[in-house]
Ligand binder design. Structure first.
Ligand SMILES: [Zn+2]
Ligand SMILES: [Zn+2]
Length: 313
């Protein structure tokens, strides 16, 4: 199954009647990753019927409140419902202290461990890998320590060609190593090349999340060729000066980054509360990068290797 992105929040600094601060859920392999957790994220999970019991990873891009003020509420709920499995939190170093302080002074008792992974705003860093995905962070230029995230499906096993396997009389106990790409060495010493026994797996899909950032072409190297890119788009072109003053981007600039990075699909979000209608932002971006969509709350996007599909749920 292809990875999917669920949009929970798409507003910038303040919520509006229609929009909540940033949060998304990426379903990838057997895992769910939450990316940013603005105020109201728990309510949005309930609203869209997404369970948090199996969210084991939460990535926080930076410590502006619209990206993490929902986090302690979610941790508290996880404690109240008796969560036991580890929660992995990835974010700027001070986040660890903030969480610890809230837990201690709130008298919270948790039956699960929080494993914390600090991000580095100075350079791209590998964070972790498991059977479903590998995760790294990369620097963004914002007013405070801020990183984006690059998440790729983990390397998949090669497909076994059952006809070939039977023809060469290969015992089942070797299937695992052959699927990993190893050759088969017969008892008589003959080497059966892996290419004769397997075919390529599905390509690994990738997703990049560019949270708050000024227009910064240096990002392109980190996100080159990803299947789906989320990039903030707080303002429209006629507010370009304001965008750079506050270290944000316009819809046109987000689309320019998508075009430069030759990504498959662009999702724009983090819209300023000044915009009631989002169509003009979409049009502005599509003039530069046609395969763009709005991060509208409740939308689900499938990440595909070829042309992406948009699913309205
Ligand atoms: Zn923000
Ligand atoms: Zn910010």
């Amino acid at each position: 199954m292809n990875p999917e992105i669920y949009i929970l929040g798409s507003s910038s600094a303040t919520p509006t009647r229609e929009r909540h601060p940033s949060s998304q859920i990426l379903k990838i392999g057997s895992e769910k990753i939450m990316i940013d957790c603005g105020e109201g994220t728990q309510s949005q999970l309930i609203r869209f019927g997404i369970r948090h019991t199996n969210v084991d990873y939460i990535c926080i891009s930076h410590l502006h409140g619209d990206h993490y003020f929902g986090l302690i509420g979610l941790i508290s709920t996880m404690g109240l419902i008796g969560r036991k499995q580890d929660l992995h939190i990835i974010g700027p170093p001070p986040l660890k202290q903030i969480i610890d302080m809230q837990i201690i002074h709130g008298g919270m008792t948790l039956k699960f461990d929080i494993k914390f992974y600090p991000t580095n705003p100075a350079r791209q860093e590998f964070i972790l890998r498991n059977a479903s995905f590998e995760l790294s962070s990369f620097p963004l230029k914002h007013r405070i320590h801020c990183t984006g995230f690059l998440i790729k499906e983990s390397k998949k096993e090669r497909h076994l060609n059952m006809e070939a396997v039977q023809m060469y009389d290969i015992p089942m106990s070797f299937f695992k190593s052959i699927k990993r790409g190893e050759h088969f060495i017969a008892p008589d010493g003959r080497v059966i090349e892996n290419a004769l026994l397997t075919s390529d797996p599905e390509p690994c899909k990738s997703f990049a999340y560019c949270s708050d950032t000024i227009f910064d072409p240096e990002i392109v190297d980190y996100i080159k060729g990803v299947n789906t890119l989320y990039h903030e788009s707080t303002y429209m072109k006629n507010n370009e000066e304001r965008a750079s003053l506050y270290f944000h981007s316009t819809a046109e600039q987000a689309a320019t980054i998508a075009r430069m990075a030759e990504v498959g699909h662009l999702i724009i979000g983090h819209f300023s509360s000044r915009y009631d209608q989002l169509e003009p932002l979409l049009e502005e971006a599509r003039e530069v990068f046609p395969d763009t969509d709005l991060a509208e709350e409740g939308e689900k996007f499938e990440i595909t290797a070829k042309k992406r599909m948009l699913i309205h749920s």
